[in-house]
Design a protein around this ligand. Structure first.
Ligand code: ADP
Ligand code: MG
Length: 402
């Protein structure tokens, strides 16, 4: 994937819409460091914003917004106010809408539900928004890999559209809530605050800790001498949205049967005597969430102590729990975990993100090299037949207007 720059975005915008963009924003993807499906269960989660971004360039309709109106290209003459044009460098063609369609878009333009959802959420949040816009998206963040390109798209869009309406900043907790609302209400994915919160609060050299009850956001220094690697299977379960929603419902059902509002109201020690109230399947879901929440806490402690061996053990334990109790792993993810776990330069490894496909994240020592990554990939493709995408990542700053 080619890394976009403000210059490349401007050039593409000109080719697409015939004028220069008025604003450019970008928002990072994230890795879920630990805390698998804990967020919507009121638990804790640790994430890292990563140095792969979704970029959004935008311009107001001629005459709209605080910036000087652009000269109209011939294509723009006579376009009505309120028109929305959206284009992604990934996508087939410009989607042109005379006004808000009011319903979800299906088919190959369905990606536009994310920016449209943000635009609608701006109104829900009583924030300013442009009457219409031209919007362009480019990215070096793989979509659907569990690295949260959706939240990055939401946050970059929000910053760009706010700037078009004259508002150049928004506190990161508001920005995260806005992006989440777009995804929950307008795309229809019942995600928690992890993705948007990490993309909004990211800082170079840091992990983002979220106590999802508040939510309360804080930062924990990324450990020195450790590195993040992603191995993306490039596989995605066809029913992923439905499976995610099913897990969400199972967690709520388990909490209800246990007589608590949220599963993380219980500690790991409190669960075993109560398990008989649950079906075997719901007991597994509850065990995963309650113990995973505790593992996030233990990971923060181990990071503070600089005890990377313990951090690594917790990461790999998280994966095993996802696999056996939450049942959101896949044979491809498990194979990568098994290969990486055996490597002496790997502290720990786990699936990252919602699961049912996507990527694993490995925390490695300094001496884990491209060559080591290639040999893992080779071992994987020998058994699995496909080659994973490998990315060495840095913890990066959060969403920003450029
Ligand atoms: P993830 O957030 O883990 O990448 P999701 O399924 O939540 O996976 O979000 C992926 C979706 O986000 C894509 O299917 C697409 O609709 C949208 N998306 C992400 N990046 C882009 C992009 N560069 N251009 C257009 N749409 C994108
Ligand atoms: Mg997503």
């Amino acid at each position: 994937m080619i890394t976009p720059t403000p210059e490349s975005l401007t050039a593409l915008f000109r080719r697409t819409y015939g004028g220069a963009p008025a604003v450019i924003a970008r928002a990072p993807g994230r890795v879920e460091f630990i805390g698998n499906h804990t967020d919507y269960n009121g638990g804790a989660v640790l994430g890292a914003a990563i140095d792969r971004y979704v970029w959004v360039a935008a311009a107001p309709l001629p005459g709209d917004g605080p910036d000087k109106p652009r000269p109209r290209s011939s294509a723009e003459q006579g376009n009505p106010a309120g028109r929305l044009r959206l284009f992604s460098a990934n996508g087939p063609a410009v989607l042109e809408l005379p006004s808000d369609p009011g319903t979800k878009i299906t088919g190959s333009d369905s990606w536009a539900n994310y920016p449209l959802g943000v635009w609608r959420s701006l109104q829900d949040f009583s924030l300013p928004r442009p009457a219409g816009f031209d919007l362009l998206v480019d990215s070096d963040l793989p979509a659907g890999a569990g690295l949260s390109s959706s939240a990055a798209l939401e946050l970059a869009t929000a910053l760009a559209l706010l700037a078009l309406a004259g508002k150049k900043d928004l506190p990161p907790d508001r920005l995260a809530a806005l992006g989440r609302q777009a995804e929950n209400k307008y795309v229809g994915v019942p995600c928690g605050i992890l993705d948007q919160g990490t993309s909004a609060f990211g800082r170079a050299g840091h992990l983002v800790h979220i106590d999802c009850r508040g939510p309360v956001f804080s930062r924990v220094p990324f450990p020195t001498g450790a590195h993040l690697w992603i191995f993306n299977t490039r596989e995605k379960h066809a029913l992923i949205d439905g499976l995610y929603a099913t897990r969400h419902q199972e967690c709520l059902a388990a909490a209800q049967a246990l007589g608590v509002a949220l599963l993380t109201d219980l500690t790991p020690a409190q669960l075993p005597p109560l398990e008989k109230k649950l079906t075997p399947m719901l007991a597994k879901r509850a065990k995963h969430i309650i113990e995973e929440h505790a593992r996030v806490h233990d990971t923060v402690e181990a990071l503070r102590q600089g005890d990377l061996a313990t951090v690594g053990r917790l990461l790999t334990a998280s994966h095993r729990s996802s696999k056996h109790y939450f049942e959101n792993s896949t044979p491809a993810l498990d194979l990568l975990v098994d290969l990486l776990e055996k490597h002496p330069a790997v502290f720990g490894v786990r699936l990252t993100g919602g699961g049912f496909g996507g990527a694993v994240m490995a925390l490695t020592r300094d001496n884990f090299t491209e060559k080591d990554a290639a040999s893992i990939a080779q071992g994987y493709s020998a058994k699995h037949g496909r080659t994973p995408e490998m990315i060495h990542l840095q913890a990066a700053d959060g969403a920003q207007l450029l």
